[in-house]
Design a protein around this ligand. Structure first.
Ligand code: BGC
Length: 371
């Protein structure tokens, strides 16, 4: 085992050549691991001691992630022999960027207070934890599964930040107002809203009940309207506090590639996401003069409970990967890192933009071999 080689390469992790040395050492040890590219802070985090330990564990314990331990979509990367064909390699055999959000001294959200809706699972869970790791105190909103929400709160406490779980249906105005009142009571104010809560009620159009239509629109679109409005009122009341952030507040609307891509069998969902796009852009335009930054994130296929059927069999995953030029399904952490950046002053001049985190799904992949 070449563990010593890896350890000695890792000692210089802060010097400029360390990435190359880590990559070489890992290669020498006979495995491939993918490091994604990203902004400087995320990059620093990725090479933090936590990740380095994690990488070392991979070297020593190549198949440590048996299905029995936790849901397999949360597992750490499988190891691939160097000569494996990586793109679209199939069920559970893809290289992955970091599926951990490591502790880091870099705290771009220090002293900031956030609300993340739908934070008890999937993308929302990962975003809430990432904001905590980046230094923010977080209200972990949920509507069901209190235990899961409390688990997220614990993870944020471990990162040294405050967190509370708060049950609220984002489509009910009184519950949204209560949630913001509690946030201000507990934390003093709110600087960041990640309007993430969303659901699918898929159905052929001819069969779609008004109930299914309304439910999706109420939670996905009206929920974002209500939360963004409550956040805006608090941002306007407080204004800019330069020692905390350049902006009076940041709103991140969780959208989807389906704000652009039509989706048969999901007319309610795609409509809600198209609505989020123009809601986000309209309020971004209106609120920018008040120094409130509103942006969107449009995830593609991210491995979460909302789309289990799209990835939980080898065949489904293979089909899905034909839509993803980058050759792997996304992870909640891919989205979480984007959310931290959009919430931080590092993106201070980014206003009214949708950041697609989709492995190229919106690049019309069918045209790579046709047209
Ligand atoms: C949906 C997922 C889907 C992905 C790509 C997301 O917005 O929630 O179910 O897999 O878009 O189609």
């Amino acid at each position: 085992m070449k563990f010593n080689t890896l350890s000695s390469a890792l000692k210089g992790k802060n010097n400029p050549t360390s990435k190359q040395r880590v990559a070489n050492a890992i290669r020498t040890a006979g495995i491939a691991i993918s490091f994604d590219t990203g902004s400087a802070p995320a990059d620093r985090a990725r090479y933090s001691p936590t990740l380095i330990r994690w990488s070392a564990n991979l070297v020593r314990e190549p198949r440590s992630h048996s299905r029995s331990r936790t849901a397999w979509w949360r597992k750490k990367p499988e190891l691939l022999p160097l000569n494996s064909v990586v793109p679209g390699a199939g069920f559970g055999r893809q290289t992955r960027c970091s599926s951990e959000l490591p502790m880091s001294d870099h705290k771009p959200l220090a002293r900031q207070k956030a609300i993340v809706t739908g934070a008890n699972s999937g993308i929302g869970e990962s975003v809430a934890i990432a904001l905590g790791l980046a230094g923010a105190d977080v209200v972990v909103n949920y509507v069901e599964n209190e235990d899961a929400a409390n688990g997220v709160v614990d993870r944020i406490h471990q990162a040294g930040c405050k967190a509370v779980a708060h049950r609220a249906d984002v489509s009910a105005q009184d519950q949204v107002e209560d949630m913001f009142e509690r946030a201000v009571r507990e934390f003093g104010t709110i600087d960041i809203l990640v309007a993430n809560a969303g659901l699918q009620r898929d159905c052929a159009f001819a069969e779609m009940s008004l109930e299914k239509w309304n439910k999706v629109l109420e939670v996905n679109l009206t929920g974002q309207f209500l939360c963004a409005q409550a956040a805006t009122r608090e941002f306007l009341r407080r204004g800019v506090v330069p020692s905390v952030s350049c902006a009076a507040g940041k709103i991140i609307c969780m959208s989807s590639v389906h704000q652009e891509i039509p989706w048969a069998g999901h007319a309610n969902y795609a409509t809600s996401k198209g609505g989020i796009k123009l809601l986000m852009e309209s309020i971004a335009q209106e609120l920018a003069p008040k120094r409130i930054r509103v942006n969107g994130i449009a995830p593609g296929a991210i491995r979460t409970p909302i789309n289990t059927a799209a990835w939980n069999t080898p065949e489904a995953l293979k089909n899905l990967l034909t839509l993803i030029p980058y050759g792997r399904i996304g992870l909640p952490e891919d989205v979480a890192r984007a959310a931290v950046w959009l919430a931080s002053d590092e993106s201070d001049y980014v206003v009214g933009t949708t950041l697609f985190v989709d492995g190229g799904m919106t690049l019309f992949p069918g045209f790579a071999t046709n047209g």
